[in-house]
Design a protein around this ligand. Sequence first.
Ligand code: FPP
Length: 233
Amino acid sequence: MSEDVLPRPFHVAIIMDGNGRWAKKKRLPRLLGHRAGIRALERTVRAAEGLGITHLSIYAFSTENWKRPETEIKGLMSLFRFSIRRKVDEISRENVRLRFAGKKEGLPGDVAGLMNWAEEKTAANTGLTLVACLNYGGRAEIVDCVNSLIAEGRTTPVMEEDITGRMYAPEIPMPDLIIRTSGEQRLSNFWLWQCAYSELYFTDVLWPDFGPEDLKRAVEHFLNRERRYGAIK
Ligand code: FPP
């Protein structure tokens, strides 16, 4: 598959599921599964650049993930802190622009601060845009859009563009392809507004085992489908 086969922009969104099961299979603590998940993410970012993907978004922490045990939440927050701090220079050298989607309020203050710092530091990069959805929920995003319209005193009918323009990262194109790993076949509140015409791809591979070949397979699956947007060709 060559780079010019993909439409531009081309947005791949990933629900990185199965870190816990991967760790359990290896009799390791769950957090080591999440750490292995970061390595899988690094591989995927590199592979995405090679395939000509322009936007890659990842579901890193959902609004529902707060229901997990406190130790796991703390571990995940430390992993985010560590990864953002350590990886931003490397990401910048690769010309990757980092963007976050989700509610920054509700996250530990220093994590939210690092997110702002990383976004500013990589804002001028022109390569792949990596969107990390952190403290993200699709329903909460739509509710936030509606509330911002109310706060603006909107009294005229609302159009689809009014919602689209008030999303957490409105400049990001809609996902063309959504991948979920680990055999589960649901969206779990990810990109609910944006997924209207996305192709869905499910694989049994656990996220920490996901690699360039898996990404390529998912993109090829997309290319073999015909998207009609409700019309008959
Ligand atoms: C789900 O596995 C995965 C997560 C909760 C995401 C963890 C985050 C990363 C791997 C990287 C994010 C990195 C940055 C820097 C933003 P699970 O625990 O639900 O697995 P299970 O379903 O097998 O229990």
